[in-house]
Design a protein around this ligand. Structure first.
Ligand code: ADP
Ligand code: MG
Length: 291
């Protein structure tokens, strides 16, 4: 595009809170045919809240107190929500030692001499924990679109804590706007398949890539590129940065982490997923003017 067209496009973007970092970012958006959206914090508000608690073999209070002791040591959004919920219920703050974060799985620690695991099915499977009666509850909660966190103490499953993370108000409209422009939309998430499918259904998203480990998000983008797609990746988290870099165009949510914002080609200052289609339209307009 001509320098004038670039200037106009960049200015138009700025007015709408769409920050194009350079001319390549602006021109690159014109070629995008596939948009990959991170789920948590991009399509959803990224503020999970506890909705259901199921305990097995101990009281709800005891289970929650032990789990919260582990989660207090973690910065994961699910951990922050569980910790806050336990505090709200006035449960005693137990201390944890030997805390370990297991990326994409959960966390482990020792609480009152007992080894506690908090996380997803993958974490439980890796430690050979049988879910027993809790398996069915977990599946029901996940099928309803909630994230089900499992807890085990000394190798025994003791609970399920379900959390809901509301979709951003404009998430469904953002997907519809992209579809209207003939763009394919996929959801990419570390969350489990059933939860992701339910939310994708609500938002009108056709393709779901779930249970992706933090280190594998960029590979999933590369796979789409090998299949001939020109991909824009939209994300907010530290986990998303490699995928933002790998994509033809990386788009960061303004409220996201510094790493995501630094890595992206475009930043959505209003943190509104509807602005993804605004960015693509401005890019197309800029390139068209040149011809
Ligand atoms: P996301 O893309 O959803 O942010 P992550 O890779 O951070 O994914 O986490 C993937 C999954 O691992 C979560 O959905 C959750 O089931 C589990 N998990 C990770 N960390 C924790 C934690 N501290 N407490 C409970 N579950 C966790
Ligand atoms: Mg996220």
């Amino acid at each position: 595009a001509t320098p004038t067209a670039i200037m106009v496009g960049t200015g138009l973007g700025a007015q709408r809170g769409v920050l194009f970092k350079n001319a390549t970012a602006l021109e690159g958006t014109a070629k995008i045919d596939t948009v990959v959206m991170d789920k948590t914090g991009t399509l959803t508000k990224g503020e999970p809240e506890v909705t259901d608690v199921v305990a097995a073999g101990m009281s709800e209070e005891e289970m929650l107190a032990v789990v919260a002791a582990v989660e207090r040591e973690s910065e994961h959004p699910l951990a922050r929500a569980i910790d806050a919920y336990a505090a709200e219920r006035g449960l005693p703050a137990l201390s944890a030692s030997e805390f370990m974060n297991v990326p994409g799985h959960g966390a482990t620690a020792t609480v009152r001499g007992r080894r506690v695991l908090v996380g997803n099915r993958r974490l439980m499977a890796s430690e050979n924990v049988e879910l027993g009666d809790l398996a069915e509850r977990r599946d029901e909660l996940a099928a309803s679109g909630r994230t089900a966190v499992l807890a085990a103490v000394d190798g025994r499953a003791v609970g399920v804590i379900a959390l809901a993370d509301a979709a951003r108000d404009t998430a469904a409209a953002a997907v519809a706007a992209l579809h209207e422009s003939g763009i394919e939309v996929a959801m990419l998430t570390g969350d489990n398949e059933a939860t992701a499918r339910r939310i994708a259904e609500q938002l009108g998203i056709d393709t779901v890539i779930a249970e992706v480990l933090p280190g594998d998000k960029a590979d999933k983008v590369a796979e789409l590129q090998r299949a001939g797609k020109t991909v824009a990746m939209v994300g907010d988290g530290v986990n998303d940065a490699p995928a933002l870099a790998k994509a033809d165009i990386g788009i960061a949510i303004g409220a996201g982490t510094d790493v995501a914002i630094e890595t992206a080609d475009i930043v959505l200052m209003r943190s509104d997923p509807l602005d993804v289609s605004v960015a693509l339209r401005i890019g197309k307009g800029t390139v068209r003017k040149e011809r």
